[in-house]
Design a protein around this ligand. Structure first.
Ligand code: DC
Length: 221
C-alpha cells in the first residue's frame, strides 16, 4: 500500500495525540507531536527567563528540539535532555501557546517538521499541519470536542499526574488557549477546506478509532 502523510489538527485537549499515536501504530507510520516541539521551546524560555520576543528569537540557534524512543514511547528532547514530563504542565502549555505566536519560532519548527515528512509514512498532529506544514497531505483530519468535555479530560489528566487542578480554572485555560490558537496572526488554527471533521465529544475511544481507521484506509486507496 502506498505511504501517505496524515495531518491532524484541532483544539487543545481533544485527544489529537492519543488518536495520532494509535493511528501511527495501526499504520506502521512515524508519529510526530508538534505541540511537544512548541512546549520544549516554551520550557527553554521559562528556564532562561526569556520574556521579550527579540530575546526568544535570538536564542533559537541554541535550542535543539528532538525525539527519542523510551520503552516504545516517544519523548521530546531539549538540547539532548529528555523533558517529556516537564513540558506537560499547565505552565509549559501556556508558555508554548505564547511563543507559538512568534513568526520566527514557527518558521524554525515548520522547516524541521517538513523535513520529517519527506519520506511520507507519517502521522503529525498540531494546529497548522494541514494548512501550513503539509498543505498537500493526502489525509487531513480536524478534531473537535466541546470546551467543557475537553476541560474535563484535561482535569482528569492533571489529577492522574498528582496535580490538584480547579475545574473552572482548567475550563478558563481551555477557552483562553482556543482564543489564542484561533486568533493569532501567524498560522492560526483553522480547518483546511479539504479536512475531514471528527467531533468526538460523545464518542467512545473505540468508536472514534474505528471511524478514523476506516477514513485512513479509504485515503490510502
Ligand atoms: O497540542 P499542545 O497543547 O501540546 O500544544 C501546545 C501549544 O503549542 C498550543 O497552545 C498551540 C501550539 N501549537 C502550535 O501553535 N502549532 C502546532 N503545530 C502545535 C502546537
Amino acid at each position: 500500500m502506498k505511504k501517505i502523510i496524515v495531518a491532524i489538527d484541532g483544539y487543545s485537549s481533544c485527544g489529537k495525540s492519543t488518536i495520532a499515536k494509535a493511528l501511527a501504530k495501526y499504520a506502521g507510520y512515524t508519529y510526530v507531536d508538534t505541540g511537544a516541539m512548541y512546549r520544549a521551546i516554551g520550557l527553554y524560555t521559562l528556564r532562561h527567563g526569556l520574556k521579550e520576543q527579540a530575546d526568544i528569537v535570538a536564542a533559537l540557534p541554541n535550542i535543539q528540539v528532538g525525539f527519542v524512543q523510551v520503552d516504545g514511547v516517544q519523548h521530546v528532547t531539549l538540547n539532548g535532555e529528555d523533558v517529556e514530563s516537564q513540558i506537560r504542565t499547565l505552565e509549559a502549555g501556556n508558555c508554548a501557546s505564547r511563543i507559538s505566536q512568534i513568526k520566527e519560532v514557527r518558521a524554525y519548527l515548520v522547516a524541521q517538521q517538513q523535513a520529517m515528512g519527506e519520506e511520507k509514512g507519517i502521522v503529525m498532529d498540531g494546529r497548522d499541519i494541514g494548512t501550513v506544514v503539509f498543505p498537500k497531505a493526502e489525509l487531513k483530519l480536524f478534531l473537535t470536542a466541546s470546551p467543557e468535555v475537553r476541560a474535563q479530560r484535561r482535569f482528569d489528566e492533571l489529577v492522574s499526574k498528582g496535580e490538584q487542578p480547579n475545574y473552572d480554572e482548567v475550563l478558563a485555560d481551555v477557552n483562553d488557549r482556543d482564543y489564542r490558537d484561533t486568533h493569532r496572526a501567524e498560522s492560526p488554527l483553522k480547518q483546511a477546506n479539504d479536512a475531514v471533521v471528527v467531533d468526538n465529544s460523545f464518542m467512545t475511544p473505540d468508536e472514534q478509532m474505528k471511524l478514523i481507521y476506516s477514513i485512513f484506509e479509504k485515503a490510502c486507496k
